[in-house]
Ligand binder design. Structure first.
Ligand SMILES: Nc1ncnc2c1ncn2[C@@H]1O[C@H](COP(=O)(O)OP(=O)(O)OP(=O)(O)O)[C@@H](O)[C@H]1O
Length: 236
């Protein structure tokens, strides 16, 4: 169970990006959505330990992890996939998968994970994680890495960003599969209705506040209604 108690995040002394966020969840698949600039990535980074909240507490299974950094939180079972994937020059895809899983994976095991994220494994296992990989390829490798890690809490920041439409369909299957097989919680930031539909719980962040938190069937119709009203206003 992850608990956020009175989390606020302020920059430049007076700009409040997150305002008194209170949340607790232990569902298998939780989606955070909301308008651009509302504070979703900031919240994900605070959960992963990349940013420190200005005030408030974060508890993982009752333990206060507020002062732990990203490495210490990773040891406690929190993993984080960046919106812009990180490159690891000199490291090959197969090495990254083994490091992520914490054991030496055989080629068949690595190929299985890579093919689940829509990569033709034999073309990628010996590729170096450098600038020669496209943004979409890096993104999928990062998702494969988190899949290999199978942590207590896996945080994905807009995994659909930079992924083409065809691959998006396989990405949905990857997340459906993760949902089915995970023993932990997947926390995903997304604007995509198809990803929100998989979620057991949707949290809507707006202007640094929790606007709504509930089951998909309660939240999605409201989001769709708001989005259609915005489109109508833009047309009129
Ligand atoms: N260090 C900072 N200094 C000033 N403003 C910041 C800083 N970090 C974030 N912001 C601002 O805080 C707001 C929330 O940013 P955040 O990246 O969390 O939004 P988001 O909801 O993830 O947006 P998107 O959907 O566009 O990815 C934005 O207006 C952003 O410009």
């Amino acid at each position: 169970m992850l608990e956020l108690q009175n989390i606020s995040y302020m920059v430049d002394d007076d700009k409040e990006i997150l305002r008194d966020i209170n949340l607790a969840f232990d569902e298998k698949f939780v989606a955070i959505t909301g308008p651009n600039g509302s504070g979703k990535s900031t919240l994900a980074k605070i959960i992963a330990g990349i940013l420190k909240p200005t005030s408030g507490k974060i508890l993982l299974d009752g333990e206060d992890i507020t002062d732990l950094n990203i490495t210490e939180r990773a040891k406690k079972g929190i993993s984080y996939a960046f919106q812009q994937p990180v490159k690891f020059k000199g490291l090959k895809v197969k090495d990254l998968m083994s490091i992520a899983s914490g054991k030496t994976l055989d080629i068949a095991g690595i190929c299985d994970i890579l093919s689940q994220v829509g990569l033709c494994a034999r073309d990628y296992i010996n590729r170096e994680l450098n600038g020669s990989l496209s943004g979409g390829e890096l993104k999928r490798i990062e998702i494969a890495m988190i899949k290999a890690r199978a942590t207590k809490l896996s945080v994905f920041d807009e995994p659909e960003a930079g992924i083409d439409l065809w691959s998006f369909n396989s990405l949905i299957h990857v997340f459906e599969d993760l949902h089915e097989k995970t023993d932990g919680t997947i926390l995903i930031i997304s604007h995509q209705e198809r990803i929100l539909e998989i979620a057991d719980r949707i949290i809507v962040i707006n202007d640094g506040l929790v606007e709504k938190s509930g089951k998909g069937e309660e939240v999605i119709p409201e989001l769709l209604y708001k989005s259609s009203m915005c489109q109508k206003l833009n047309r009129d």
